[in-house]
Design a protein around this ligand. Structure first.
Ligand code: NDP
Length: 318
């Protein structure tokens, strides 16, 4: 197999461009999915405390690394701090719980999942009094605790997720330790070129989430008349031209743009198919056609946990 493209970090570490997503991967199926992925060449797994399955993901790590053929040091593992642990005293305990669940002694990358702070123990708030305001728990407070986690060697790299250019600029202006990575929604309906350019200028590596359109979200999280990426006629046409699947075109596009990409699957065939996405090049015409698809559409709006009128209601600063 052709070596997979990687994203480089200042200390020489490399994040493989294609990883496995684990959001919505059920507890009964995620262990197997991660095992299949690792045994078939994946070297990057994306996790988060809020996915509720880190313990089961950890069972796969324990088994595969225990067998000895694949070494922990050769796999890039990301996890994310949930919104209810943003106070400085809560960050490292939350990270240690994630490490315990994943059965690891360090993470390659730890991300602040959202620029939003909930009260301790709140999974998804239902009222305004379940939030801390940005004055009560400023983002820089959470960030400095993540910097400390890195100093302690619990994580190799730190970054943020779901941040706008404005929020990144603001954080960078307040710290000597810039975020090294950003994870945001990116696909042909949401190119975010300005944000990508800002990250490139500031040495921030970008990972694209929901690259296939996140089709398995709960109905309550879906917008009416959501456009399908996998059934988009332009994507299907390009797929036919390259003898590839629609999913492979979407993943390949993300890799060609220089981002990492973390398609989720629990299906053995699709797990393998997704990793095999970068064996061909999209040409200029393909890229020009995909450029036409940008309609600034988000599948993941964050609205499901932002109540009207609180200090987070304009979460993407749009
Ligand atoms: P994706 O865009 O990856 O889509 C997943 C859906 O696509 C599933 O229904 C999956 O089904 C299906 N699928 C997978 N491969 C193929 C294929 N080749 N052809 C057709 N269908 C396919 O959705 P996600 O929203 O899960 O995003 C990916 C990952 O990004 C998450 O799992 C998570 O790790 C991360 N993420 C991070 C967020 C953040 O806030 N930082 C927010 C959202 C996602 P099946 O499993 O049956 O194959």
């Amino acid at each position: 197999m052709k070596p997979l493209r990687t994203l480089k970090y200042k200390n020489g570490d490399e994040q493989p461009a294609i990883g496995l997503g684990t959001w919505k991967s059920g507890k009964g199926e995620v262990t197997k999915a991660v095992e299949i992925a690792l045994n078939n060449g994946y070297k990057h797994i994306d996790c988060a405390a809020t996915y509720g399955n880190e313990n089961e993901v950890g069972e796969a790590f324990e088994k595969v690394f225990g067998e000895g053929k694949i070494k922990r040091k050769d796999v890039w593992i990301t996890s994310k701090l949930w919104n209810d642990s943003h106070k400085k005293e809560d960050v490292i305990p939350a990270l240690k719980q994630t490490l315990k669940d994943l059965k690891l002694d360090y993470l390659d990358l730890y991300l602040m999942h959202w620029p939003v702070a909930f009260k301790k123990g709140v999974g998804f708030p239902e009222s305004d009094d379940e939030y801390y305001s940005l004055e009560e728990v400023p983002i820089i407070e959470t960030w400095e605790a993540m910097v400390e986690a890195k100093k302690q060697g619990l994580v190799k790299h730190i970054g943020v997720s779901n941040f706008s250019t404005k929020k990144l600029k603001d954080l960078i202006s307040k710290t000597d330790e810039k975020p090294e990575a950003l994870q945001v929604e990116l696909h042909p309906y949401l190119h975010q070129n300005e944000l990508l350019e800002f990250c490139s200028k500031n040495g921030i590596n970008v990972t694209a989430y929901s690259p296939l359109g996140s089709g398995d979200r709960a109905e309550s999280m879906k917008a009416e008349d959501e456009p399908s990426l996998l059934e988009n006629p332009t994507i299907i046409k390009i797929a036919k031209k390259h003898g590839a699947s629609a999913g492979q075109i979407l993943i390949n596009w993300a890799v060609q743009r220089g981002t990492a990409v973390i398609p989720k699957s629990t299906n053995e065939g699709r797990i393998k198919e997704n990793l095999a996405s970068s064996g061909f090049q999209l040409d200029k015409e393909d890229l020009a056609e995909i450029d036409q698809l940008d309609e600034h559409f988000r599948y993941v709006t964050g609205e499901f946990f932002v109540t009207k009128g609180n200090s987070y209601s304009n979460i993407y600063d749009e």
